[in-house]
Design a protein around this ligand. Structure first.
Ligand SMILES: NC(=O)c1ccc[n+]([C@@H]2O[C@H](COP(=O)([O-])OP(=O)(O)OC[C@H]3O[C@@H](n4cnc5c(N)ncnc54)[C@H](O)[C@@H]3O)[C@@H](O)[C@H]2O)c1
Ligand SMILES: O=C(O)C(=O)C[C@]1(C(=O)O)C=C[C@@H](O)C=C1
Length: 376
C-alpha cells in the first residue's frame, strides 16, 4: 500500500483507555505537532495524560471545543461509541471525520446510516489489545505491526473523491502508528472477528467458570492449573462491560459460530465416549497443522521474532549461566525472562534474539550444554 501522510492537525479522543490511550500515544510519538483533545470520565487519568504530554486539551464533555477538531476518535465500549454520534453531531465542523476503534462494526455503521453521516465516518478496529484496561496500561507501541482494519461506510461510491480521501485519512493514522492497514467490508469484519476474537472470549470465560464450578473447596484445580489452562484463558480476565457490549452488537455472527462450535463439541463428546481414538487423533492432527500455520508473533507479520524457550529448574542461576554461555560466543540477547506458565519458580526461560543467525547459534550452543529447548 502506498504511504499516506496525516494532514489532520487537531484530533479528539472520546474515551482514552487502553486502545484510545495507545493510539493517542502512537500518534504523538509519530507527530508531536498534532494537537490532541480528550474526554473520559475519570478526570485524574486525563490530567495524567496531559502531564505525559499526550493530551493537550482536556475536554469536560462533548461541546463547542469539538468544532476545532479534524478527526474524532470514539474509543469507549462499542454501544457507547454509537450513542456518542448524536451528541457529537451538532459540533462537527465541515470536513471533520469521525472514526472509532470498536471491536464490532455493523452496529455503528447502521447508526451512521440512520443518522445520514456516511460522508463523515470511516470505521476502524486495531486487531491488538490485552485483557487489561485503562489509560494506565496504554503504550505508544501497542498498535505496531498489528492489523488495523478500516471499514468504509456503505452507500458511498468507491470512486468518489471524498470517500477515497476519508479512507486515506484513517489509513494515514494506521500507518503513522506503524500498524498494517487492511480495508474490509464491515459485515465481513463482524463475521471474521466472531470466529477469531469473540467466540474465543466466550470459550475462555465459560471454561474458567466450568473449572470454578467443579473445583473442590480446597481449590486444587485452581492451584495446579498450569500452562495449558493459562494459555487458553488469559482473555477471561478481560472487561465484562466491554465484552457484554461486543456480544450484544454482534449476536447473529457469534450465534452462528457458537452453534457450529457446540456441534463440534458434541461430536467430540461422542468420539470420547465411543473411544474413537482415530477421530480424536485426527482432531489434534488437523488443529496442529492449521495452528502451526498461524504466526505466534504477538505484533503481527512485519517484524519476525527470533525466540525460543529453555526448560530450567532454577531460573535465577539459569539466567546468568545461559547469559554467560551465549556471551562467550558473542551472541547478543535481546530479551530474557521467565515464561509465566509454571508455578513455584520452576519453569521455562524465554530468550529473544535480534536475528535468525544469533537464534540458531544460541540454539546449537545451548543444545551442546544439554539444555531442554522448545521452539515458540
Ligand atoms: N481491549 C482490547 O483488546 C481492544 C482491542 C481493539 C479494540 N477494542 C475496542 O476499543 C474500545 C475501547 O476499549 P479499551 O480496551 O480501550 O477499553 P478501556 O476500558 O481501557 O477504555 C475505555 C475508555 O472509555 C471510557 N469510557 C467508558 N465509558 C464511557 C462513557 N460512557 N463515556 C465516556 N467515556 C467512557 C473509559 O473511561 C476509558 O477511558 C472498545 O470499543 C473495544 O471494543 C478493544
Ligand atoms: O489480546 C487480547 O487480550 C485480546 O483479546 C485482543 C483482541 C482479540 O484478539 O480478541 C480483543 C478484542 C479486539 O477487538 C481485538 C483484539
Amino acid at each position: 500500500m502506498e504511504p499516506f501522510a496525516i494532514k489532520d492537525s487537531t484530533m479528539a479522543f472520546i474515551g482514552l483507555g487502553l486502545i484510545g490511550g495507545s493510539l493517542a500515544r502512537g500518534i504523538k510519538r509519530a507527530r508531536p505537532d498534532i494537537r490532541i483533545m480528550a474526554y473520559m470520565r475519570t478526570r485524574a487519568k486525563l490530567e495524567q495524560a496531559q502531564k505525559d504530554g499526550i493530551v493537550d486539551v482536556i475536554l469536560e464533555g462533548i461541546g463547542e471545543e469539538l468544532r476545532e477538531c479534524d478527526l474524532i476518535f470514539l474509543c469507549t465500549p462499542v454501544e457507547y461509541n454509537a450513542r456518542y454520534l448524536s451528541a457529537i453531531r451538532p459540533f462537527l465542523k465541515p470536513g471533520a471525520l469521525i472514526t472509532d476503534v470498536g471491536s464490532t462494526k455493523t452496529d455503528i455503521h447502521e447508526e451512521i446510516r440512520r443518522q445520514g453521516l456516511e460522508h463523515c465516518f470511516v470505521g476502524g478496529h486495531p486487531m491488538t489489545g490485552s485483557e487489561k484496561t485503562g489509560y494506565e496500561n496504554s503504550t505508544d507501541h501497542l498498535l505496531e505491526n498489528a492489523y488495523y482494519i478500516v471499514t468504509p461506510p456503505e452507500g458511498q461510491s468507491g470512486e468518489s473523491a471524498q470517500y477515497t480521501e476519508n479512507v486515506r485519512r484513517i489509513l494515514a493514522v494506521a500507518q503513522a502508528v506503524d500498524a498494517i492497514p487492511l480495508v474490509l467490508d464491515y459485515r465481513e469484519h463482524d463475521r471474521v472477528t466472531a470466529a477469531v476474537s469473540h467466540l474465543p472470549h466466550l470459550v475462555a470465560s465459560s471454561l474458567v467458570n466450568l473449572v470454578k464450578d467443579n473445583d473442590s473447596a480446597a481449590g486444587t484445580m485452581r492451584r495446579i492449573a498450569a500452562g495449558g489452562f493459562k494459555d487458553i484463558t488469559r482473555i477471561a480476565s478481560s472487561s465484562p462491560e466491554m465484552w457484554e457490549q461486543i456480544c450484544m452488537t454482534n449476536a447473529a455472527p457469534i450465534g452462528d459460530m457458537l452453534e457450529q462450535y457446540i456441534y463440534s463439541l458434541q461430536e467430540i463428546l461422542a468420539q470420547i465416549r465411543g473411544h474413537k481414538g482415530r477421530d480424536i487423533y485426527r482432531l489434534f492432527d488437523q488443529s496442529r497443522s492449521y495452528r502451526n500455520s498461524i504466526s505466534d508473533r504477538a505484533k503481527g507479520p512485519i517484524e519476525p521474532s527470533y525466540e525460543f524457550s529453555v526448560d530450567v529448574a532454577d531460573e535465577v542461576g539459569s539466567i546468568s549461566t545461559i547469559a554467560v554461555i551465549l556471551a562467550a560466543k558473542g551472541i547478543s540477547i535481546k530479551n530474557i525472562g521467565i515464561n509465566n506458565n509454571r508455578e513455584r519458580g520452576e519453569g521455562a526461560l524465554k530468550i529473544a534474539f535480534y536475528n535468525e543467525t544469533s537464534m540458531k547459534e544460541a540454539w546449537e550452543r545451548l543444545e551442546k550444554y544439554k539444555f531442554d529447548l522448545v521452539r515458540l
